[in-house]
Design a protein around this ligand. Sequence first.
Ligand SMILES: *[C@@H]1O[C@H](CO)[C@@H](O)[C@H](O)[C@H]1NC(C)=O
Ligand SMILES: *[C@@H]1O[C@H](CO)[C@@H](O)[C@H](O)[C@H]1NC(C)=O
Ligand SMILES: *[C@@H]1O[C@H](CO)[C@@H](O)[C@H](O)[C@H]1NC(C)=O
Ligand SMILES: *[C@@H]1O[C@H](CO)[C@@H](O)[C@H](O)[C@H]1NC(C)=O
Ligand SMILES: *[C@@H]1O[C@H](CO)[C@@H](O)[C@H](O)[C@H]1NC(C)=O
Ligand SMILES: *[C@@H]1O[C@H](CO)[C@@H](O)[C@H](O)[C@H]1NC(C)=O
Ligand SMILES: *[C@@H]1O[C@H](CO)[C@@H](O)[C@H](O)[C@H]1NC(C)=O
Ligand SMILES: *[C@@H]1O[C@H](CO)[C@@H](O)[C@H](O)[C@H]1NC(C)=O
Length: 827
Amino acid sequence: MFLNTFLLFLLFPFCISIDTIGPNQYVNDGKTIVSKEMKFELGFFSPGNSSYRYVGIRYAKIPEKPVIWVANRDNPINDSSGVLTNRYGNLVLYAYKENLTIWSTKVSDQTTTSTSAQILDTGNLILVQSNSEDFLWQSFDYPTDTMIPGMKLGLNRETGLDSFITSWRSEDDPGTGDYSYRLNLTGSPQFILYNGSTRHFRTAMWPWSPSPSTTPYAYDYTFVNNQDVTYLIDSSNKSSEISRLVVNYYGTLQHLTWNDVEGQWKEKWAAPKFRCDPYGHCGAFSGCSLDNVQSECSCLPGYQPSSSENWSEKIWSDGCVSKQVEVPNKCGKSFVRVEHVKLPDASISALLDTNMGESECKKACQNNCSCVAYSSLEIDGGGGCMAWYGELVDTLILAEQGRDFYVRADATESAENDRKSRGFLRRRGMLAVLIIPVLLALSLIMLAYCWFIKRKTEAGRLRRTWGRQYSHFSTYNESMVENKVGQTSRHPDLQLFHLSTIIAATNDFSLANKLGEGGFGSVYKGQLSNQQKIAVKRLSKSSIQGVEEFKNEVTLIAKLQHRNLVKLLGCCIEEEEKLLIYEYLPNKSLDFFLFDQSQRSALDWRNRFGIITGVARGILYLHEDSRLRIVHRDLKPSNVLLDADMKPKISDFGLARIFDGDQLQDETKKIVGTYGYMSPEYAAYGKFSTKSDVFSFGVILLEIICGKKNNASYQDDHSLNLIGHVWDLWREQCVLDVVDFLLESYNIDEVLRCLQIGLLCLQEDTTDRPTMSEVVLMLSGERALASPQRPAFIFKNTCNCHNSSGLSITGGSYSANDLTVTKVVGR
Ligand SMILES: *[C@@H]1O[C@H](CO)[C@@H](O)[C@H](O)[C@H]1NC(C)=O
Ligand SMILES: *[C@@H]1O[C@H](CO)[C@@H](O)[C@H](O)[C@H]1NC(C)=O
Ligand SMILES: *[C@@H]1O[C@H](CO)[C@@H](O)[C@H](O)[C@H]1NC(C)=O
Ligand SMILES: *[C@@H]1O[C@H](CO)[C@@H](O)[C@H](O)[C@H]1NC(C)=O
Ligand SMILES: *[C@@H]1O[C@H](CO)[C@@H](O)[C@H](O)[C@H]1NC(C)=O
Ligand SMILES: *[C@@H]1O[C@H](CO)[C@@H](O)[C@H](O)[C@H]1NC(C)=O
Ligand SMILES: *[C@@H]1O[C@H](CO)[C@@H](O)[C@H](O)[C@H]1NC(C)=O
Ligand SMILES: *[C@@H]1O[C@H](CO)[C@@H](O)[C@H](O)[C@H]1NC(C)=O
């Protein structure tokens, strides 16, 4: 009987793609069946270096074909005598030589004969009764380590079926491994990546919080939760994209998509990946924030480290404890808001009511002393209230997105927190940032004082008081001891120069020494009598901007020190002249190289990538790492200078605006910037934020890769600017066409990554744009990239706002394409 069917099978021509195993038909080792559109195939395989044989499903069409499902993962066949048969209504895997049943679907009793098994184009292997639509069995119900679109992970309460994915044991062994990703219904439902039975990573997924950094499901996954079922499904039905979610044998959860252009699988998201990802990294009652570079963990408001020694040693696992001594039946009635969080582990939480508003939610938590925190949610458009009873574990503080939640704290704590406005972690950072410079400044003054006393008694040459030199803008002191190069006085980090010194150094601002025009005036090259080369920026007398911006620039730059920022050596205010003296950089500015074909070939990909990352780091420093939050507002290639090694240094902080503490966005009546680099919200409404600089960075990035100006025209469509052109080709999946033809060789990976980052930076919605710290992480490949939305300003001259009245242009003799404009917006 067995041999009969075997012969029958031999009669079929093999080249025809068959997707079905009919009654008593079978597939033996070496043969496969393929779905109708040839998307998936079912057959025998040996993984990695293994010689064992397994039956599995894998992709059929694409060159790299990972196995997505294995029938006999824990029961391999050790020779090639395996046969997958459809016998008595079941699919049965049989080892012929050993006369052993290896695996079976075990759904039909022995009397059924009229079933057929079919591999579908979704990747699902189904077993159906003839004349019936219903599946007797489907491989989607018994996933291995991979979830693909259409598959459901979770619980079906009617059938009791709990589907989850479990890692392979190793690359060579598809056997059931240690890591699994599954639904846990304790408290509120959530999906957890387990290592054995311990929690390894928790996806923030319910209550719904679309934050790409904490879940892979930001857009394409749907969570269904009702009386009958609780499951997660990849509902992306873009037929163009091939994607899968895998639990790897080394313990990460990975979302991958197939990239046809590069012919390989690309990681779109993975976890645990960052410091804060491992479950409960900071212990109980604490929050983990990647923004806090030194120490990622902080106690939640009202809590303190349970062991301050361990905490200072960065041993976080002990977590935090309440500052208050426990008094039974007496608990604080107030709450402190913590913003942008991945909500803590929901296994100690309860959803109180789906129709509660914020204040009712607060009241409900207030009235039960065991409630430690609450969060008011909108679920499916309605209200909702989630409350936690017990230890708050695995809370992440995100830079943006996420949810707000409220932690119970005693009244003084909450009052204190209210006063200090925003996110508690940021505030802690700010405190350190304020105290350290103050201490430093104090000790500097003490040192200087001691030195001065010593000098005075020793030589008695200084006649005036030292104190006056500390004022930046006090008239300098004629009788001050002059050193050889002629600076009159020396602030701890800023020199005041004589005008005569500068006139001598620049040959009375001779045209031959002129380097170019900056935002507020001309820049001259000069040489001091000690041979040191300098660049002098001469503030134009006619400019509307005057002392204000000048002071701004001087005080700002004096405080900023970073290898990707131009160093300010000093300044000079004398007889109407306002001068800034910078270090001299021999290689001019980026635009000099970028927009000149003969110069541009000097920039190979290494140089360009170095410039991109350097500029990103410089901006990051301005935005986040310096003592002040600074928005540059006029980032463009001519403001990026290059040193002898082609390392970039950002110049021109005259427009920078000090942001005090929490101020994230400001509105300005004066718009200062350069068309082509200005973000839409800034050009149109005068709204600026760090995200406006991110936009300008995106433009510069594209210009560096393409070697073209944003405002030039592109090919067939003359209305498109560079952004629009790149976006078009990106959507057509041939974005590499935009790469500068002068780049002879480059790293495709890096170029594609940069282009994608560029597009992410150019998105219309400021919240969609990454922060500079994210950009830096993405550039180094430490962070997965999102899919960019349509960028803003894809057409030339989108901004016709410069025709409105009130516009004035500074820096007179500029080429029309590169005007720095100043516009007063009426409000
Ligand atoms: C297979 O074996 C070779 C040689 O021993 C080794 O280099 C390679 O890493 C192995 N591959 C896998 C997937 O284990
Ligand atoms: C294959 O496995 C069977 C039992 O499972 C065993 O008897 C046989 O020796 C094995 N053959 C080889 C070549 O390992
Ligand atoms: C194979 O095993 C079955 C029982 O599992 C037995 O009835 C049958 O006789 C065996 N066939 C051979 C050829 O050993
Ligand atoms: C869910 O989590 C709880 C609490 O950690 C645990 O006791 C339980 O075993 C888990 N359930 C499943 C199905 O993993
Ligand atoms: C998983 O748990 C095992 C045993 O506790 C441990 O050795 C291993 O390092 C864990 N894996 C990861 C990725 O942390
Ligand atoms: C595809 O998506 C649309 C809109 O989200 C939905 O209405 C439709 O049912 C989906 N189709 C499939 C086959 O899932
Ligand atoms: C501090 O850490 C050590 C080692 O991890 C641990 O043994 C000790 O219990 C911790 N101390 C407290 C007070 O939790
Ligand atoms: C407080 O909440 C807990 C957990 O839901 C519950 O067991 C307890 O009965 C509540 N206590 C009061 C006084 O409502």
